[in-house]
Design a protein around this ligand. Structure first.
Ligand SMILES: [Zn+2]
Ligand SMILES: [Zn+2]
Length: 153
């Protein structure tokens, strides 16, 4: 994966650039991701906060309701409504909606989380990391597997 990575919303009003290596790519099957993606699951890419910036337009944001005290924001295009990223205050990485990347041909998720609410017809790769709920190891194994897949020489 060659940096910088670029992407944006469906209408092109909001564009972004990634200048540091992404840390993980996985699918989330939680009911919230199903709803916000209006699809079967969300595809999330963990991107270092310092390596992400909006280069065109100003995204609209709203506060995502959470069970915990953490403050989580969803960034989306105010024109076309494409969700671009979820951002939890204080975390070193934000969760990019990977389908907004210009080049989606090489996106290979290394795991699936919240599979207990996955659609019945989902078939998972036999070597994928599978989590019934949220990753209980702080996403460590997902990040490790992704580094092996993308950056091992
Ligand atoms: Zn847009
Ligand atoms: Zn989710």
């Amino acid at each position: 994966m060659k940096l910088p990575l670029r992407g944006g919303c469906q209408c092109g009003a909001v564009r972004f650039e990634i200048t540091e290596n992404p840390m993980a790519l996985y699918c989330c099957h939680c009911t919230t991701c199903q709803q916000q993606s209006s699809s079967a699951f969300g595809m999330s890419m963990l991107v270092p906060r310092d390596g992400f910036k909006f280069t065109k337009g100003e995204p609209a944001s709203f506060a995502i309701p959470t069970d915990s005290k953490s403050k989580k924001q969803g960034h989306f295009c105010g024109e076309c409504g494409t969700r671009i990223a979820n951002d939890t205050v204080g975390k070193p990485a934000l969760s990019l909606k990977a389908g907004t990347l210009d080049d989606r041909a090489q996106l290979k998720p290394v795991g699936h989380i919240w599979v207990k609410s996955a659609q019945d017809w989902m078939i998972f790769e036999s070597d994928a990391l599978i989590y019934e709920g949220p990753p209980d190891d702080g996403y460590f194994a997902l990040m490790q597997r992704y580094a092996d897949q993308e950056y091992a020489s």
